[in-house]
Design a protein around this ligand. Structure first.
Ligand code: PEP
Ligand code: MG
Length: 904
């Protein structure tokens, strides 16, 4: 088993398609070598070694790969003409993590490894640049101390001991920027940093390069299991077993002076998808400086630089002198970079996210990967590449992260409303969208407020991976520092969250929990709005309007329809929801829950009267009042769905949900019904159940009170005839809930058919209708062959089916599911993502058994899973005719269904 793969000088043992073994970064470093892109030589330790490390620990790993690592270091030595640990000509390396998929800011990096008191002198002499040598040394001690020796602050109250030392030194010297530190200052810093290490860890800073190397390799493996990484994996459903690779590479230095630089770039605009090469760089800086937001990064292209300056309100003179583009400051290198980015995009046929370093006028690539992008950019880039003939239709569809389409469906700010609001600050349009919320400053507050259903905007000086939890629940993120590639910007784009970054003029005071913007002091809880597409920050709340769904979005949807084999319907209870869903491309209603209609206005009174009636006569009296209301509702829905199927489900919830529980409302009801309060109370109490979800609900109501089914069937058929008379093409499908025994369905179908025949007779007209059932009780799935004898269609109610298969109460599972996920007992919440191995097997059985009786049986799903991409694909592969989901998930399901067809 090969565990270490080398690369360098146009050769590589790995390849781009070996991401599972080499991680994304390692695989692409190898491939870049093979296609002639300049990459510093190095090697990759495989992800399998990470698994060994997690299971067996450091000693086992060192024993397993020591020989390979030594050989690989010798390989770098021979290509660079340096020697690891040599006093005269030392090799310095970087050590970086690299999982299969990128996890921005989650894992740790160590640069300049191999540095010690001798090496610094040698490098100082060799480069003729002592400042560079000592700057590299102090960075190394800091990074190694933070990452490998565990000195990185753990909470927001902790101070980084190195930053503390740094601040003291700068203050003593009266300087602001790191670049103003002189050689003597840097020497002093190294000394103070090492003392800080000794004080914090009780040990001397390791001087042996080999000891440093093993420390760093193991730290990368450790970082796979750190809290941030675990959280990121959980949010993105990345399995722990994947592990991370370790990349060790010869250092190239962006901090060697004014002919050196480092930067990051995107081959297209990651926010809008426009085909514009863009990126940021810093002269005389190293790696993390650009993303960390320590200094204001400059733009690579002249055009980008001018646009940036205009956004910041910086004059052309100031821009050109203080923040020149790379095209101006290093024209040759800029030309090389522009050629290289095109080569990489052409080769990988997707938008690339690059990291580069310029060492003394020579360009080196340190990374390339498919760039994270917003939903809008995802759609535009795929369609642009399709039209340019770079990719084919199937590839364009496969590139869709279905969930991300959600970003395109949501409202944007009302253009007119925006004109009237006050712009209080301006930053970079880091991640588009519109966000309105109350200001919070810390991640834990964001979480706590969001839990109380408050909309929050996180305001930070800059963000770090620790803020991820907060960003996840916030409506948007505003930062004072950081460019378009800062942590906040990259992560927000990945999440599809609105973000304005680098709003330099805002003054954040964490202690006072205030932010000063546009001459006003905002406190925690004050409302602001962010426009992630322009970088503007507005005072107060701003109204929004619906998103535009034409253009590339429509094109992708049409492509999806071309390949899909599954219809997407919607779960809608009102004509309004039905209309929204239709706009999103829904091909009918898969679930109309009739009970929601009973809660509105006066209806609940009639409903309560029905429930509390002592006998059938009383119930019929109340049902007569409900009939016209239901009929009106159904007419509205049939009209909105003209020409499409509409599945209406009969009453489902336990009756207890409809009766009043408070004394005041019970009194009111007693008066209305001419009952005593005691009678009402008694009647309400008698409806209480120990396990209402397993109690008197679903078709059990219709079987015990057939008059309810009669009223609903009549309302549906009469409504259908009424709209038919108005020229509407109506296709009613009546669905019986919670069937577990075929006799339940047979009894309900008899009632429905009898009522329908009666109505047809009364009206002298007919309409075609279907009678089907939900499959949501395990017994229904197991006896689906019998149930199919009666049913025209099945619709899997995977909410209840999950509840009953796991035995987890839908209403109470939240409490322990969170812990189950944390402990790894469950990877995902089964109420969100269909449990394919368990519940999914019942679904499979239900489909197969049902169709064994009735091969033409129409089958769909209407549980929440009908809009979750992995579950949609599962249903599509089982050969379902349709999936049904809430209106805003319709486009997501359409794309997921098409992807399932392509993957077949
Ligand atoms: C289901 O159980 O999956 C379903 C769609 O019905 P409800 O959520 O209304 O119980
Ligand atoms: Mg149900």
């Amino acid at each position: 088993m090969k565990r270490v793969y080398t690369f360098g000088n146009g050769k590589a043992e790995g390849r781009a398609d070996m991401k599972n073994l080499l991680g994304g970064k390692g695989a692409n470093l190898a491939e870049m070598n093979l296609i002639g892109v300049p990459v510093p030589p190095g090697f990759t330790i495989t992800t399998e070694v990470c698994t060994t490390y997690t299971q067996q620990g450091r000693e086992a790993v060192v024993k397993e790969i020591q020989g390979d690592v030594e050989k690989a270091i010798a390989h770098i030595e021979s290509l660079t003409g340096t020697k690891f640990g040599d006093a005269a000509n030392p090799l310095l390396v970087s050590v970086r993590s690299g999982a299969r998929v990128s996890m921005p800011g989650m894992m740790d990096t160590v640069l300049n490894l191999g540095m010690n008191d001798e090496a610094v002198e040698a490098i100082s002499k060799k480069s003729g640049n002592p400042r560079f040598a000592w700057d590299s040394y102090r960075r190394f001690v800091q990074m190694y101390g933070d990452v490998v020796l565990g000195m990185k602050p753990k909470t927001k109250e902790d101070i980084d001991p190195f930053e503390e030392v740094m601040d003291k030194v700068k203050e003593a010297k009266g300087i602001k920027s790191d670049t103003e530190l002189q050689v003597e200052d840097l020497k002093e810093l190294v000394k103070l940093f090492k003392a800080a290490v000794k004080e914090n860890t009780g040990k001397d800073f390791p001087t042996s390069p080999w000891e440093q190397l093993w420390g760093a390799i193991c730290a990368v493996f450790d970082s796979w299991m750190n809290e941030r990484a675990i959280l990121y994996r959980r949010m993105n459903q990345i399995p722990e077993e994947w592990g991370t690779a370790v990349n060790v590479q010869a250092m190239v230095f962006g901090n060697m002076g004014n002919t050196s630089a480092t930067g990051v770039a995107f081959t297209r605009d990651a926010a809008t998808g426009e085909d514009i090469f863009n990126g940021e760089y810093l002269i005389n800086a190293q790696g993390e400086d650009v993303v960390a937001g320590v200094r204001t990064p400059q733009q690579i292209t002249l055009e980008g630089s001018r646009r940036w300056a205009a956004l910041q309100g910086i004059s052309e003179e100031e821009r050109a002198s203080k923040y020149p583009s790379l095209e101006e400051s290093m024209p040759e290198c800029a030309k090389d970079l522009i050629e290289t980015q095109q080569k990489l995009e052409d080769y990988f046929k997707d938008m690339q996210d690059l990291e580069f370093t310029i060492q003394d006028g020579k360009l080196w690539l340190l990374q390339t990967r498919n760039g994270k992008r917003t939903g809008a950019a995802m759609v535009k880039i795929a369609m642009d590449m399709l039209r340019a003939g770079i990719i084919d239709e199937k590839t364009a569809l496969k590139r869709m992260e279905a969930q991300k389409l959600d970003e395109l469906l949501h409202p944007v700010f009302d253009k007119d409303a925006v004109k009237r609001v006050k712009v209080v600050a301006k930053g970079l349009p880091a991640s588009p969208g519109a966000a309105t919320g109350q200001i919070v400053f810390f991640a834990d507050d964001a979480e706590a407020w969001a839990e109380k259903r408050k909309k929050v905007i996180m305001v930070r000086i800059e963000t770090s991976p620790e803020d991820l939890r907060g960003m996840n629940v916030a409506q948007g993120i505003l930062t004072a520092r950081g460019g378009m590639t800062s942590h906040a910007a990259v992560v927000a784009r990945g999440m599809g969250k609105c973000c304005v970054s680098g709003a330099g003029e805002i003054k954040v005071d964490y202690k006072a929990r205030t932010v000063e913007m546009g001459g006003k002091l905002y406190k925690e809880g004050d409302w602001i709005s962010l426009n992630g597409s322009t970088g503007e920050v507005y005072d107060g709340q701003v109204p929004t309007v619906d998103a535009d769904m034409s253009g590339d979005f429509a094109a992708i949807m049409n492509l999806a329809d071309k390949y899909t084999k599954v219809d997407v319907r919607t779960n809608a209870d009102t004509p309004r929801d039905a209309a929204v869903a239709r706009k999103f491309g829904a091909k009918g209603i898969g679930l109309c829950r009739t009970e929601h209609m009973f809660f509105e206005g006066d209806r609940i009174k009639a409903m309560r009267e029905m429930i509390l009636s002592k006998d059938e006569e009383g119930r019929r009296h109340a049902l007569d009042k409900l009939l016209p209301m239901q009929r009106g509702d159904f007419e509205g829905i049939f009209e909105a769905m003209d020409g499409l199927g509409v599945t209406i489900r009969l009453l489902d919830p336990p009756l207890h949900e409809f009766v009043p529980h408070q004394l005041a409302t019970q009194k009111e009801l007693a008066e209305e019904m001419g009952m005593t309060i005691e009678e009402v109370k008694l009647a309400c109490d008698s409806l209480a159940e120990f396990n209402p979800m397993l109690g008197h609900r679903g078709c059990r109501l219709g079987c015990t009170y057939p008059e309810i089914t009669e009223m609903q069937a009549r309302a549906i058929i009469e409504a259908a005839l009424n709209v038919k008379a108005r020229g509407i093409d109506v296709h009613p499908e009546i669905m019986v809930p919670l069937v577990g025994v075929v006799e339940e369905l047979r009894m309900q179908a008899d009632v429905i058919n009898r009522v329908a025949a009666q109505v047809f007779e009364e009206r002298g007209d007919t309409v075609a209708y279907k009678v089907g059932t939900m499959i949501e009780v395990p017994r229904a799935a197991v006896t689906a062959d019998q149930i199919a004898e009666v049913a025209d269609f099945f619709s899997f109610g995977t909410n209840d089916l999950t509840q009953m298969t796991f035995g987890y109460s839908r209403d109470d599972a939240g409490k322990f599911l969170k812990i189950y996920k944390e402990k790894g007992i469950l990877k995902t919440d089964p109420f969100e993502v269909l449990d394919q191995k368990g519940v999914g097997q019942l679904v499979r059985m239900g489909v197969e058994k049902g169709r064994s009786t009735k091969p033409s049986l129409k089958v769909g799903i209407c549980g929440e899973h009908g809009g979750e991409p992995s579950s949609v694909k599962f249903c599509a592969k089982l050969g379902m005719n349709y999936v049904s989901c809430s209106p805003y998930r319709v486009p997501i399901a359409r794309v997921a269904a098409a992807q399932a067809a392509i993957e077949e």
